[in-house]
Design a protein. Structure first.
Ligand code: UDP
Length: 318
């Protein structure tokens, strides 16, 4: 099969490209290299099975051409990373909303199948856990830029769902919870690559807020294997799935675990949110996925523990 991956030079997209090519498929990557990087896909070369197209999902003609010649679309292209979104909210809104609209429109035009990645940011400040796919979204004011990402991705989800309901475009939505692993950069705010980098340099580990907020981290390999299983499952069409680990850890515990594994002499420093992001910044205190739905469909269970994830990131950095 020939797969188009939008955002395929990014962290998750490039691992997905690896997985598909290893499975004997052909892959076209469309990426504007804004947060994606050439080095993430350079090992795939210019072989018969792989093509990199540098361009944006906002380019309708290009998206039209690429979707026409693909069998299935993985739509991962998005402006991501809390820090990036706070700094560049306009890009986040236009890329994520208009870009997805274009991709879906062309998918409908050529009657193709599509999987769209969404985010646990959808749930906003809902700290009930574990969060089910149909749980409420609790968001702050639209004037707080942090919520622009959650809102844009919710529009993407609605579009994908409505294209399925109204136009019968076979679409699958996946909400990813804190995906981490080799190739992820800390440049756009993601916590784990930052902590590992800081620990390896014996520099202070920057904890935002109290450090009592918690997250669940999943290895990117577990994520991409799940995406490939889902796209091949007819019962996934028209559905939304949480994909994430249920191993909950506070950010403070995470920092200590990174220090222990790297044998670092780094100390913890606590930085108030308004200094780390912007005045009035609101963080989620907790975010745990309920994964019963996907478990029932495909027997989902992450293979990597948090300890193994950190070790794998360290191994690939040294
Ligand atoms: N965080 C932190 N130090 C950093 C970067 C992030 O303490 O250098 C915190 C951040 O405030 C949040 C958590 O780590 O509470 C996870 O942040 P990330 O941006 O990785 O993911 P998300 O907030 O989207 O879950």
């Amino acid at each position: 099969m020939k797969f188009l991956i939008t955002g395929g030079a990014g962290f998750i997209g490039s691992h997905l490209a690896d997985e598909l090519i290893n499975g004997g498929h052909e892959v076209i990557v469309l990426d504007n290299l804004s947060t994606g990087r050439l080095e993430n896909v350079s090992h795939l070369g210019k072989g018969r099975n792989f093509e990199l197209v540098v361009g944006t999902i906002l380019n309708e003609n290009l998206v039209d051409k690429l979707i026409e010649k693909s069998d299935v679309i993985f739509h991962l292209a998005a402006a991501v990373g809390v820090e990036l979104i706070v700094k560049k909210p306009l890009e986040s809104l236009t890329t994520n909303i208009r870009g997805s609209e274009i991709v879906l429109e062309m998918t409908e035009r050529y009657h193709k199948k599509i999987l769209i990645t969404s985010t646990s940011e959808i749930y906003g400040k809902n700290i009930n856990g574990p969060l089910k796919e149909d749980d409420d979204r609790i968001l702050g004011s639209p004037l707080k830029t942090r919520w622009s990402y959650s809102t844009a991705k919710a529009v993407d989800e609605m579009l994908a769902y409505v294209y399925w309901k109204q136009m019968q475009v076979p679409s699958i939505i996946v909400r990813l919870f804190n995906t981490v692993g080799p190739r992820q950069t800390g440049a756009y705010g993601m916590v784990l690559p930052r902590f590992v980098e800081q620990a390896l340099k014996n520099e202070p580990i920057t904890i935002y807020g109290s450090g009592k907020q918690s997250r669940c981290f999943i290895h990117v390999t577990d994520v991409v294997k799940t995406l490939v299983k889902l796209i091949g499952n007819q019962n996934a069409v028209g559905e939304v799935f949480n994909v994430g680990s249920q191993e909950e850890v506070t950010i403070e515990q995470l920092a200590n675990e990174v220090i222990r594994i790297t044998k670092s002499s780094s100390k913890l420093v606590y930085i108030p949110y308004e200094k780390a992001y912007e005045e009035g910044f609101e963080d989620m205190q907790r975010r745990v996925p309920d994964t019963n739905k996907i478990n029932k469909l495909i027997g989902f269970k992450p293979a990597y523990s948090l300890k193994e994830i950190i070790e794998d990131i360290v191994k690939h950095r040294q």
